[in-house]
Every structure is written in C-alpha cells, then in structure tokens.
Design a protein around this ligand. Structure first.
Ligand code: CP
Ligand code: NVA
Length: 306
C-alpha cells in the first residue's frame, strides 16, 4: 500500500482498496488452512481507545498476535491526548517507540493530526466522522457473499453517521451502489455526499423512504440510531427513527435473497428486530468475523513491510 495510514477510505485509491480486499481474502484462506505469516515479528501496535469496543479491539489485537507482533491497549484518558499532551508530540513520541498506532476517538482531527506528525502508520479505529475499517470489512463480506462487488446495490437504513460516511466513501472506491434512507435532519454530511456524487453520480442516492431504498437492494444495512457519544439524544432519536426499523415488514419489500448487515453492536428491538438478527438473511456474524481478516491484511500491508 502506498499510503502510510488509513484515516479514511477516500484517501485510498480504488487500486489500494481492491488490493486490500484481495489480500484479506488470501490471508483468510492461509490462516484457515493452518498457515501463518510472521510479517509483524518484533513489531508493536499501540491501540488508543477513547470509546468502548469489542470487535475493533479484539480483531486488532488478535490480528497483530497472529502476524507475530504485540498489541498494547492504552486508554485515551491516560494519554490525555490533546490535554495532557499535544497530538503532534504524542505522535512523535509513539513513532520512536512503537511501529503503528490504531486510535478510536471522537474527533477525526486527532486521527489526521497523528497521521500527519507520526512517521509510523496510523489507523482510524472509528471517529464520530468515519469508521473505515468497518466499511472495508463490509465490502469484503459483500464480495465474499455475492462473489463480486460489481452492480451490488446496498440500502443503508438509519442514521447518517460514521458508518454511513465510510460506506459512502467505500462506494467511491468500489463498484457498489448505495441508497441511503434516513429521517429528515439525520442526513450524512453534505460535503461527504457532494464529494461522492461528483465522482459516482447516481450510484449514491439520499432519500427519506426506507421502502423505496430496499426495493431492488441486494444488501440491507443498518446501524444504531444513537452512536457512542450520543447517548443523551437516545429518547429523541428513538422517536424520530421509528419508521426506520429493519424488520420483517420492511424486508417484505426487498428481494427474497437480499441479505441483512449490521456493524454491531445492535440495539435489538430498536434499529433491528430479534427476528431479523437471528433470521436466515442476516450475515452479521460473518461480517463481524471479517473485521479480523480485514485488520490482518491492513496491518500486514501498512506495518509488515516497514
Ligand atoms: N463494529 C465495531 O466497530 O464494533 P466495536 O465497537 O465493538 O469495536
Ligand atoms: N455508529 C456506531 C458504530 C459502532 C461500531 C457508533 O459510532 O457508536
């Protein structure tokens, strides 16, 4: 990979995204068959978390260990990033001690600042704006399920949040189409939509009708209505998103072979029902597993050869 960092998918080229998805698939097969690649032998990944995590923390730590390296968990609070220590200073110190940084935080600016000032790779493990590792693993899962990304139509139902933004950027770098349906006032950021539509035109649509979005979709995707940090808006959001639940009735408007995706954690009974989560069309746990395979490829590509 030519890029030093993964701060957002739009900073990658289509070729880099394609190569990463192929590498993730190949390494998945290697590890499935008992093989091993020691490309991170002796290397250390610092993982800085300002928000909770199950998938991101575990997949990065396991992938690092599987590649022969070591992962170190640090809380954002103990570093005091931007408070106890300026972001550029922390970037320079970490660059002299470890071989890569993965950070989950609120402000995208912290990730951008670390990437700018660190000489080592910086990976965005989720911000309020983006969740690139998630969307890359989602593209891998879609490709694995349908055997292609060409012509695949994804309907995203819910909040115009970090996951939606990264899926939009994913559509800019792969051939998928994306139809987003949100309640008015919860649109993805206008500048992210405009940049995408300038490149991919009607392969990205933004609308307010979940039924229209799921018609003709191959994938129906949802995420929580109140993201980490928005807990105080939960009641208001529950009311505003009421017609946007992914349930059997909504799935009734989609093709019978359309699959359901969710980045997890799911708030069962809110954005998705138990029946759909536990039903035959959900591929949410394949999707979660692929976080590991995608992370392994990402670490190999960014840190393995340095
Ligand atoms: N999907 C995802 O990023 O999960 P975690 O928040 O548990 O890491
Ligand atoms: N939009 C969610 C994604 C969690 C993986 C959040 O930011 O909380």
């Amino acid at each position: 990979m030519r890029n030093k960092d993964l701060v957002s998918i739009d900073r990658l080229t289509s070729e880099e995204v394609g190569d990463l998805l192929t590498l993730a698939k190949d390494l998945k097969a290697v590890y499935r068959h008992g093989g091993r690649v020691d490309s991170l032998r002796g290397k250390v990944l610092a993982m800085v978390f300002a928000k909770p995590s199950l998938r991101t923390r575990v997949s990065f730590e396991v992938a690092t260990v599987q590649l022969g390296g070591h992962a170190m968990y640090i809380t954002h609070a103990e570093v005091g990033l931007g408070k106890r220590e300026a972001v550029p200073d922390a970037a320079k110190v970490l660059s002299r001690m470890v071989d890569g940084i993965m950070i989950r935080t609120f402000a995208q600016g912290e990730v951008d600042g670390l990437a700018q000032h660190a000489s080592i790779p910086v990976i965005n493990g989720l911000t309020d704006l983006y969740h690139p590792c998630q969307a890359l693993a989602d593209l891998m899962t879609i490709d694995e399920h349908f055997g292609t990304l060409d012509g695949i139509r994804v309907a995203y139902i819910g909040d115009g949040n970090n996951v939606a933004h990264s899926l939009i950027n994913g559509a800019r770098r792969t051939p998928i189409s994306l139809a987003i349906a949100i309640p008015r006032g919860y649109e993805p950021k206008a500048e992210i939509v405009a940049a995408a539509q300038a490149e991919i035109g009607t392969r990205l649509t933004i609308g307010y009708d979940p039924v229209a979005a799921v018609r003709g979709a191959h994938v129906i995707y949802t995420d929580v209505w109140a993201s980490m940090g928005q807990e105080g808006q939960r009641e208001e959001r529950l009311a505003r998103f009421a017609g946007f639940q992914v349930n059997d009735e909504l799935l009734g408007h989609s093709a019978p072979d359309a699959v359901v995706m969710h980045c997890l954690p799911a708030h069962r009974g809110e954005e998705i029902t138990d029946a759909v989560m536990d039903g035959p069309r959900a591929i949410v746990f394949d999707q979660a597993e692929n976080r590991l395979h995608l992370q392994r490829a990402l670490l190999h590509a960014l840190m393995g050869s340095r």
